[in-house]
Design a protein around this ligand. Structure first.
Ligand code: ASP
Length: 309
């Protein structure tokens, strides 16, 4: 699926992950639960963007709200690692300044995206991991939660299922990584992504989400991108930056760049998933090569909308 709009700034798009669940796999009630969550977030954040908040603030706020939703694989709803913990990754990038901040493998942080934003603000480093990132978070007054906060029965059932063939599993069924991209009234761009990664992951595995250029990228001269899907191919293909590079060096427009990345390049590397992207030109694109992607979007002249399959 590839959707493309041309809207007036400000623009906002969010995703709650891509997966392989076919439309018939959703009961009407389940569909409603997810659609309502997407609706709540887009309708909470878009008015702030319209009222003048920055693209960075809007992208971070949308991801923070999605992290607080147990439905999605980030923050509260993060999936379990093989050891039965949660190791979360998040990144934010400001297209105006070109600055970014990210954390990887953090365990009990309520909102990894807020800590990634603190990393962005201090400007000395871009990516912090594990206990060091948690120490930084503590020093910056970030909120930690007890392990029970992240324990959801659905996630435990997924871990048990994934353990059977002893494999890592993309959250194919009900949940997903979350992300947001925005263009503000001043035509500046930003992207944010947050994830619990893959169920049953081990060895401190880190996917594409916190890696600038792979799962997250923003640049005012091109676009802002947030990805979701099998992290390894997205890492290998520099998926988020690939979209920007196609625009910058290949003279593609946003839609052409996204289509080539999601529907031509990534599938050659088993890169199941998708991405959302916006450009200061007013282009907004939501595209995935998997069966579904939780997503919602809005622009000054496009009323908030949401979709799953
Ligand atoms: N891209 C994420 C990762 O590989 C997973 C996802 O998007 O659901 O960590």
């Amino acid at each position: 699926m590839h959707t493309h709009f041309h809207g007036k700034a400000p623009l906002l798009a969010i995703h709650g992950g891509a997966g392989d669940l076919r439309p018939e796999g959703f009961s009407p009630a389940q569909r409603l639960v997810y659609e309502s969550a997407l609706q709540r977030v887009i309708e909470a954040v878009f008015p702030e963007l319209r009222a003048g908040c920055s693209a960075l603030e809007a992208a971070v706020e949308a991801v923070r709200l999605l992290e607080d939703e147990p439905l999605f694989n980030a923050g509260r709803g993060a999936v379990f690692t093989a050891e039965g913990h949660h190791e979360m990754d998040a990144a934010v990038m400001c297209g105006q300044s070109g600055q970014a901040g990210a954390v990887a493998g953090v365990r009990l942080l309520k909102n990894p995206v807020l800590t990634a934003t603190k990393v962005l603000e201090q400007e000395n480093f871009v990516l912090l991991s594990g206990s060091g990132a948690e120490e930084f978070a503590r020093e910056h007054g970030q909120i930690f939660e007890p392990a029970a906060y992240f324990h959801t029965p659905e996630r435990m059932a997924q871990l048990e299922k994934a353990r059977m063939p002893n494999t890592m599993a993309l959250d194919h069924h009900k949940f997903g990584t979350v992300g947001a991209v925005a263009i503000d009234r001043n035509h500046h761009s930003a992207a944010a992504t947050s994830t619990g990664g893959l169920t049953n992951k081990r060895y401190g595995r880190i996917g594409d989400s916190p890696i600038i250029g792979a799962g997250t990228f923003a640049g005012d001269s091109t676009c802002a991108v947030s990805c979701t899907g099998y992290g390894e191919p997205f890492l290998l293909r520099n998926a988020a930056y690939q979209v920007a590079a196609r625009m910058k060096f290949g003279r593609a427009n946003l839609s052409e760049a996204v289509r080539a990345t999601v529907h031509e390049d990534l599938p050659r590397f088993q890169g199941d998933g998708g991405l959302i992207a916006v450009a200061p030109t007013g282009e907004l694109c939501l595209s995935f090569n998997s069966a579904m992607m939780y997503r919602a979007w809005a622009a000054a002249d496009i009323a908030p909308r949401w979709a799953i399959s």
